[in-house]
Design a protein around this ligand. Sequence first.
Ligand code: NAD
Length: 291
Amino acid sequence: MTIENITVVGAGVMGRGIAYVSALAGFSTTLVDISGEKLEEAVVYAERTAEKGMKLGKVTQEQAEAMTSKLQTSLELERAAASTDLVIEAVPENRKLKKSVMETASQYAPDHAIIASNTSTISPTELASFTNRPEQFTVMHFFNPVHRMKLVEIVKGLDTKDETFAAIRMVAEQMGKETVEVNEFPGFVTSRISAMVGNEAFHMLQEGVASAEDIDKAIKLGLNYPMGPLELGDLVGLDTRLNNLKYLHETLGEKYRPAPLLEQYVKAGRLGRKTGKGVYDYTDKSELIRK
Ligand code: NAD
């Protein structure tokens, strides 16, 4: 099937990045959120990301202009879904919320449309059961920051048809991404490993093994990770990281129990870059929040 129109639901850290790569790849893209402010921020983000891309020689002026003309925003999922070929859901990692988005998308999207979710952990079969088309559902897991990260993890549910998988792989490739095919299991490949490493770093911080800076430095320079697990947590969002761990704890067992210090940071509203403070403080480096 041919996909030309994409609706991205949720204009947060991930949704705005997905909408940007989608519009840049030439898809007519509508970004939907319940917050007008988030939508405005997402448009500014897309323009700034394109500008940076031009400075680095990765995006041409024509591509940047075409991207802007392909990107629209909307507060109404019903209307956006009605003329779409693919819905990519990127609302917070909360089953109830995702269920309500899946139901609305199912009700208004044309019969041929595929519904995908950017969930980090939730079962594609369960999410598919919230739609009226489980055979046209799959998880399409992007990484943060979306325009820089090469991978899309495609996770099939019980009923996902091969045609759906193939169509999603083509979309991801048109967006310039590599794909992997993953079988359904909580946390897929990447979220499971990343949550485990991030949680262990929080335990170490809590136990006083080393400072946050030294934990991150040790992992980067000693193990050759491109980012330390604590700075990565701040980038991902500590609330998102905590939600992932809670789900893995529930489904895979005790070793995924979230570190108490992580729970405490989230209770305090220290969610990472998006709130200006997480493990690290970003309040005096406002340009970092945009990265
Ligand atoms: P976020 O909190 O930054 O953004 C979520 C957005 O969804 C917000 O703008 C919010 O206003 C909007 N929203 C809430 N309810 C809505 C609704 N009913 N309709 C439309 N919009 C709604 O979250 P995020 O970090 O972008 O995460 C989104 C999803 O992507 C989650 O499932 C998360 O697990 C997954 N994910 C996150 C990362 C990451 O690094 N943050 C990486 C991969 C996958």
